[in-house]
Design a protein around this ligand. Structure first.
Ligand SMILES: Cc1cc2nc3c(=O)[nH]c(=O)nc-3n(C[C@H](O)[C@H](O)[C@H](O)COP(=O)(O)OP(=O)(O)OC[C@H]3O[C@@H](n4cnc5c(N)ncnc54)[C@H](O)[C@@H]3O)c2cc1C
Length: 506
């Protein structure tokens, strides 16, 4: 691969402060250089341009030869571990403006990254990675109304810690390492959503730097179309969000449990899927049907049904009441009644490490779920070829307050359902040969189509982006797509923000 305007590497810089940043040049001999089509045909900024960028970005600029470069830019899904030409580490809004101006002057592709947990690699780039993760912090700005300000690159771990200190909570997910930006912009689901709504329902305002580097303070009164689009229109579409204002709730005690069933699994799953939607909005759950890895199968391990559940204080009711007869047949992995909210989240949290995966999702109404339909899923589950990692198909309990908003009230269109279904495929390279991975991905595609047919499932969650999805725009945004395209046209007519499944201007 030819690299232009490049001087041989003389020295590695740990690029921290803007003044000294990014003068370390690329070298064609870098191990990644030939292996990846990393250099866009028309853009290879000279050393002086990198120095110019460094002077605009106060968090520093990293180049491939800098220590920790690969660690900083490694996404959670290793399928998309593309190395960028540089990483601009933004600390403040001016840095974001500077980086945005710079990529456009250079004609370089770019991606915005907060937590790096995008399923489909849409925060990876072979150009400039605009890294927001240093722009982190949470502050209570209106104690009476319970409004907090979350900076644009804050990771969930810090959001949770700071909310805990303030005795507050929101609808939030389970994974500490997910970024608040991606989570909020694409909707945001969690155990409290049946009580408080989808996380983006709690967004009262956001600051966005658009492609022209202008700052928009968007809320119900100002730039209200942009505010509407940021509540479910997904990250990376309209600009770079540098802060979010969120409505919170007092963190009160909750009861949490994990239950498991290995017998009569189809009966159990059917009973869970049809019973739990009738429970009060104070109840939230996520069901997993786990299919074993190839190695586990050799050890005689089969599939299992398990559930994680949370119950906010509910007059006269306990977790046991939520499950009825299913409680007696369950193996109680753990049960904790009436414990402080954030202590409970330690039990519900998931810790993940980067690996290889693909997810497919859709929304289901409980009335469409029959015992025969559930059996169909179990029969099809037995046909999964298997990889070196277990996989699961999952049902996140929606309903309740998630359905209180009209479908067009915000960009998050998926209202009027009881479950968010998703089927994952996980593998590890090179342990799993490509042929086996392909067979499993084919199984996943067929299983997804079968579930959608069987349960009349529709749509797909834009925060679980699936690069293989046909008609993804309709699946993610439904009837809100046209309005989203209007907003895109108004704020980013030239598609400066652009990715595989990005919203297109009209
Ligand atoms: C292990 C794991 C657990 C998860 N758990 C949950 C869960 O419990 N609930 C749930 O709802 N979802 C969950 N998700 C999905 C997650 O919410 C989305 O993948 C989310 O978009 C990730 O956000 P991020 O900031 O980490 O990702 P990134 O990859 O950094 O960004 C995601 C998208 O937003 C863009 N973006 C990033 N920062 C900004 C910004 N500041 N301004 C504008 N655009 C930006 C990126 O360009 C990209 O397109 C999970 C994902 C994983 C991998």
């Amino acid at each position: 691969m030819m690299l232009r305007n490049i001087e041989p590497s003389r020295r590695n810089f740990l690029v921290g402060a803007g003044k000294f940043a990014a003068v370390a040049p690329l070298a064609a001999s870098m191990p990644w250089g030939a292996a990846r089509a990393a250099t866009p045909a028309n853009a290879c900024p000279p050393v002086s341009a990198w120095s110019d960028l460094a002077s605009r970005v106060s968090g520093g600029v990293l180049r491939p030869q800098d220590p920790f470069f690969n660690d900083v830019c490694r996404p959670n899904n290793l399928r998309y571990n593309t190395l960028p030409m540089g990483i601009a580490r933004c600390l403040k809004t001016e840095d974001v403006q500077g980086a945005l101006n710079w990529v456009q002057q250079q004609g370089l592709p770019f991606a915005v990254r907060s937590g790096g947990h995008n399923y489909a690699g849409y925060s990876s780039t072979n150009g400039l990675l605009i890294d927001m993760s240093l722009m982190a912090g949470v502050e209570v700005v209106d104690k009476k109304e319970g409004i907090v300000r979350v900076k644009g690159g804050t990771g969930n771990a810090l959001v949770y810690k700071d909310l805990e200190r303030a005795g507050l909570t929101i609808t939030h997910g389970r994974c500490d390492a997910v970024g608040a930006a991606g989570f909020l912009l694409g909707g945001g689901i969690g155990f409290s959503m049946r009580m408080y709504g989808i996380a983006s329902d709690l967004l009262t305002g956001t600051t966005v730097v658009t492609a022209d580097a202008k700052i928009h303070k968007a809320d119900a009164k100002n730039d209200s179309d942009l505010y509407w689009a940021c509540r479910g229109g997904a990250g990376g579409n309209f600009g770079i969000n540098t802060e979010f204002l969120l409505r919170t709730f007092p963190a009160e005690t909750v009861s949490v449990c994990q239950l498991k069933w290995t017998d009569n699994q189809a009966d159990v799953l059917h009973a869970l899927l049809t019973r739990l939607p009738n429970m009060p909005n104070t109840f939230g759950s996520k069901i997993n049907v786990t299919l074993p890895s190839i190695q586990q199968r050799c050890q005689g391990i089969g599939s299992e049904v398990s559930i994680l559940a949370q119950l906010h204080k509910t007059k006269g009711k306990t977790l046991k009441d939520m499950f009825g007869p299913l409680w007696e047949t369950a193996q109680k992995v753990w049960v904790h009644e009436d414990i402080p909210y954030w202590v409970a989240q330690d039990y519900l949290a998931e810790e993940t490490y980067p690996y290889y995966y693909q997810e497919k999702s859709s929304y289901v109404q409980a009335s469409r779920i029959s015992r025969d339909g559930v059996q169909t899923l179990f029969d099809a589950g037995r046909l999964q070829p298997g990889t070196s990692m277990p996989v699961a198909y999952k049902f996140f309990q929606t309903g309740g307050a998630c359905n209180d908003m009209r479908a067009d009230a915000t960009a998050y269109v998926h209202r009027g359902n009881d479950w968010l279904f998703s089927v994952e495929m996980n593998w590890w390279q090179p342990t799993d040969p490509q042929g086996l991975i392909n067979d499993n991905l084919t199984w996943q595609k067929d299983f997804y189509a079968l579930t959608n047919r069987t349960f009349s499932a529709v749509g797909a969650y834009q925060n679980f982006p699936d690069p293989t999805l046909d008609d993804w725009a309709k699946a993610y945004y439904g009837e809100n797509l046209t309005r989203l395209r209007e907003v895109k046209t108004k704020y980013d007519r030239d598609s400066v923000f652009n990715y595989g499944q990005g919203i297109k201007p009209l």
